[in-house]
Design a protein around this ligand. Structure first.
Ligand code: HEC
Length: 138
């Protein structure tokens, strides 16, 4: 009997600690998603080099999407092509980025959570392609 009581108590304590988990943090586009997209995606998805018709420089262009249509569905990362291409294995010709070094699991989570939380992207925030980093910084 004692053992059963012990198990019951541990289960209750376990549940309580689960309920006390931190609420998920809101992803900040400017500090967390923008640097990632700029360094890993903008090289090929910007006005001078628009791969697959997808320009990710501004919110409105990104929301318009590429040749397959919209790539970001706010609230639904798993329906968003922009997130789905990141999950593809490197053997796929459409895996993004096309270089062998894929995104880190933490980066994937940022993109996932950002889309899940509504893909907030302030209108004024413009992404800068790596090709323009030098000129924009000097
Ligand atoms: C080296 C260049 C390059 C980089 C870097 C790159 N892409 Fe791409 N992207 C392409 C090319 C080329 C295609 C077309 C692939 C195909 O279908 O043949 C493409 C296609 C896509 C598509 C499909 C668009 C559509 O409408 O069909 C998405 C979404 C996408 N890329 C997102 C990204 C994201 C997100 C990143 C950064 C993590 C990224 N890409 C980095 C070259 C690149």
């Amino acid at each position: 009997m004692k053992l059963i009581a012990y198990i019951a108590i541990t289960a209750v304590v376990g549940l309580t600690s689960c309920m006390q988990m931190e609420p998920p943090q809101e992803v900040d586009f400017v500090s967390q998603v923008k640097p990632l997209l700029e360094s890993r995606c903008l090289e090929c998805h910007q006005h001078q080099y628009v791969c697959a018709g997808l320009n990710l420089e501004t919110r409105s262009l990104a929301m318009k999407g590429g040749r397959s249509g919209p790539v970001i569905l706010p609230g639904s990362p798993h329906q968003s092509l922009l997130y789905k291409v990141l999950l593809l294995g490197h053997e796929s010709p459409v895996a993004m980025p096309p270089t062998p070094d894929g995104l880190e699991p933490e980066d994937l989570k940022q993109v996932h959570d950002w889309i899940k939380q509504g893909a907030k992207w302030p209108d004024k925030v413009r992404l800068v392609p790596p090709q323009e980093w030098k000129t924009s910084q000097s």
